[in-house]
Write a protein that binds this ligand. Structure first.
Ligand SMILES: Nc1ncnc2c1ncn2[C@@H]1O[C@H](COP(=O)(O)OP(=O)(O)OP(=O)(O)O)[C@@H](O)[C@H]1O
Length: 247
């Protein structure tokens, strides 16, 4: 089953068309990575998929529903189907880790404060941070901040998680730990992941499928399993990207 469907979507800022006529399906339970060089539109695609930007033409369906056409309770319901963790983590610095994870529960549910506390602690446990509930984000390492942001994105029990450059700024070991967490959440909870990244090690570790965007083409130039793209893709831009780490 497809949990996200992007149909003939064109994304533009003013006159600058970044992506043209994009078609993409995200399958339930898969980890899909979005790759490509700087400025090719990876974040743009993500922002349009989560409804932060409106497509110039075409549409995005989340579990068959169009966020752009929804309002009120319907929009809130669609929004609760997915969680997002941004590159910087974007935790509120003046709140504890626990309070950060409780935020979506306060905004989107009618749970009592005690129940919010309980659910938030459960989410922190899922990412291995239950001991750090009362810390301020600044007291955590970079990798822990990323995990806290993932816990917050998990707060409403979404089916889909969007991660923008999760390994940015992390050392290889911490980055590998984060990859392991992503794989565990996908396999154990059956979550679907859409991950923007250009870290080769991460792509090979986590991706069931990858799509590669290209600035010149304003669209997807390759789609498949990372190892297949590396070994068999006819476009040199694609094989060069996947082989750059090879000796
Ligand atoms: N809010 C915006 N307003 C105007 N132009 C934008 C906006 N966001 C992105 N762009 C433009 O869209 C193009 C694609 O940017 P985008 O950030 O999506 O690329 P990216 O692949 O995520 O790049 P990077 O890997 O460097 O983060 C760029 O030319 C950028 O200048």
């Amino acid at each position: 089953m497809d949990v996200i469907q992007v149909d003939n979507m064109t994304c533009a800022y003013g006159r600058n068309v970044v992506l043209k006529d994009i078609n993409l399906s995200v399958h339930e339970g898969e980890i899909l990575t979005i790759l490509g060089g700087s400025g090719c539109g990876k974040s743009t695609l993500l922002k349009h998929m989560i409804g932060l930007e409106k497509p110039r033409t075409g549409h995005v369906l989340i579990k068959g529903e169009n966020l752009m056409r929804a309002a009120g309770d319907e929009r809130r319901r669609i929004l609760s189907q997915f969680g997002v963790a941004y590159q910087s983590g974007a935790l509120f610095g003046s709140m504890t880790v626990l309070e950060n994870v409780m935020l979506p529960l306060q905004s989107y549910t009618h749970l009592t404060p005690d129940a919010q506390d309980l659910v938030a602690r459960l989410k922190l446990r899922q990412v291995g941070l239950e001991q750090f509930a009362d810390y301020l984000p600044s007291a955590l390492s970079g990798g822990m901040q990323k995990r806290a942001a993932i816990a917050r994105a998990l707060a409403l029990d979404p089916a889909i998680l969007f991660l923008d450059e999760p390994s940015a700024g992390l050392d290889p070991v911490t980055s590998a730990e984060l990859d392991a967490l992503i794989i565990r959440l996908a396999r154990v909870l059956g979550l679907t992941f859409v991950v923007v990244t250009h870290e080769l090690a991460s792509i090979f570790a986590i991706a069931d499928r990858a799509i590669m965007l290209d600035k010149r083409n304003k669209g997807i130039i390759a789609e498949g399993k990372p190892a297949d793209l590396r070994d068999h893709h006819p476009d040199e831009r694609v094989t060069r990207f996947f082989r750059r780490g090879a000796v």
